[in-house]
Ligand binder design. Structure first.
Ligand SMILES: [Zn+2]
Length: 243
């Protein structure tokens, strides 16, 4: 497909498919090594807050103003909080966990939210969010390389009124649905003028070629090439898919 004009157009996205895949199939292997767990276990035994929780649990206390005691349980010498390992108040330990989940090659210096998400797959401590935000905000590498992780955003401007059916469409994906006939995502394509829509059941793992094919059959063939596409996925819809 060829560009007709290259301004004012929001384009179909390779990134969208990656994001789609990310929602369903992503696994990042950040193994918790034994040595780290041992250290957490040792330091837990001397940690004030953890000791306090253990005492309360042992005495049958069920309510605490700050901590959901019901979510705390023991697991082989570790205090678990809602299934996560409670990390003692020790900077060496916490910084090491952050290095593993932010600085490590597999992590690649993600932003605040992503770093928090990665850490909180396995670990918890009180004040964790703040701690992680501060760490990411002060990461030297992040400051110096300021990588551009997205294609340039289009200019924000008011939407023009659509002047022909299927001239302006909006679309978005609904993902992580219960699987039905092998499909677990819905691609919603709406004409902004008539509000008619196409709802394409698809797989979260569908590759770009499949999506392009769907787009061609569902939209371009019956309605012609839209002059603009609006999407709530922002920059996801601005790559050079049309080339
Ligand atoms: Zn960083």
């Amino acid at each position: 497909m060829k560009h007709r004009q290259n301004h004012g157009r929001i384009l179909l996205p390779k990134e969208a498919f990656k994001a789609l895949q990310a929602n369903t199939t992503e696994t990042i292997n950040l193994e918790i090594d034994k040595e780290l767990v041992n250290e957490i276990r040792t330091l837990s035994a001397a940690d004030k807050e953890i000791q306090d929780i253990r005492r309360k649990k042992a005495s049958g206390t069920t309510y605490d103003r700050k901590i959901a005691l019901g979510l705390c349980e023991e697991n082989s010498g570790l205090l678990m909080y809602d299934g996560l390992i409670w990390v003692p108040d020790n900077d060496t330990l916490r910084l090491r966990i952050l290095r593993d989940h932010h600085d490590a090659q597999a992590a690649g210096h993600p932003g605040r939210a992503r770093t928090l998400e990665l850490v909180s797959r396995n670990f918890y401590w009180s004040g964790q969010r703040k701690y992680i935000h501060r760490y990411v905000d002060h990461c030297d590498t992040c400051h110096h390389r300021k990588p551009i992780r997205h294609v340039p955003f289009g200019l924000l401007k008011p939407l023009e009124l659509p002047h022909r059916p299927w001239g302006t469409i909006s679309m978005h994906f609904i993902t992580a649905l219960p699987t039905s006939n092998g499909k677990d995502a819905l691609w919603v394509i709406i004409d902004r003028l008539t509000k008619m829509g196409h709802f394409v059941a698809c797989q979260g793992t569908m590759d770009p070629e499949d999506l392009a094919d769907h787009f061609l059959r569902q939209v371009i063939r019956p309605h012609g090439l839209p002059s603009s596409i609006v999407s709530d996925r922002g920059s996801l819809f601005t790559s050079d898919f049309w080339k």
